[in-house]
Design a protein around this ligand. Structure first.
Ligand SMILES: [Zn+2]
Length: 229
């Protein structure tokens, strides 16, 4: 199994290589490129969120706690005393802590989060968040989701590569646990992820422009042309 640093490095490099020709062709701006690169890099660590002792869970749940605190202060922090603000911060932190405990209780490492279904879920979640909250154009929202998915795939492939013992030419016990379509044994978890996928698909913006661009062979000729100096 690859560790946090290896996953992040693979994500940084892999997504960077993919973003570079897209920005070089002028299809996206440099700040949009940074967003895509960021999404892909987060994707490359997100499957290990279910490892209770891992760095990925620490980072992602700390970020979630900050987001909750920020939302609470934004909505209820006006004209409050210092003590009340501290109360809001503690409430936000407590909620994050509570959610993490629930999450730890109901997830197992290398369960549903190491699957193609999870890649689709995080991809669609990214599309909806960037479209509704960051209000980027539909094309950029779909590209952000695609990069999130690519990041997750880079993670899954790296985990599988690490489960091959090249020196002794044999497979470790973990082989096949990282890259799967969904969790075959635990259909409840698979269903719990499939339902939000359908809702997110329904919430997502139109895919037409995205398909038009990426379904055209001219786009790839342009990418190749701009990849080389
Ligand atoms: Zn992993």
């Amino acid at each position: 199994m690859a560790n946090f640093k290896q996953h992040l490095t693979a994500g940084f490099i892999g997504n960077g290589v993919l973003v570079a020709p897209i920005v070089a062709t002028g299809y996206i701006t440099t700040s949009q490129a940074t967003l895509l690169w960021f999404c892909g890099s987060i994707g490359s660590i997100i499957p290990d969120v279910d490892s209770d002792t891992g760095t990925a869970q620490d980072i992602l749940f700390t970020a979630l706690a900050f987001l909750i605190i920020y939302t609470l202060i934004e909505n209820f922090g006006l004209n409050r005393s210092g003590l009340e603000i501290i109360g809001l911060i503690l409430a936000g932190y407590g909620t994050g802590f509570f959610l993490r405990n629930i999450f730890q209780k109901y997830t197992v490492h290398r369960g549903i989060f190491h699957s193609v279904l999870a890649a689709i879920f995080f991809g669609l979640l990214t599309v909806v968040i960037t479209w509704y909250i960051h209000q980027v154009p539909p094309m950029i929202a779909w590209l952000s989701g695609t990069f999130m998915m690519i990041g997750v795939f880079i993670h899954l492939i790296l985990d599988e590569i690490y489960s091959v013992d090249f020196m002794n030419a044999e497979l470790k016990r973990s082989f096949g646990t990282a890259f799967k379509l969904f969790t075959y044994k635990d259909w409840k978890s698979s269903l719990a992820m499939l339902v939000p996928c359908l809702i997110l698909w329904w919430l997502a913006p139109s895919l037409n422009g995205f398909i038009r661009l990426w379904g055209d062979s001219y786009t790839y000729t342009q990418l190749l042309h701009h990849f080389l100096p």
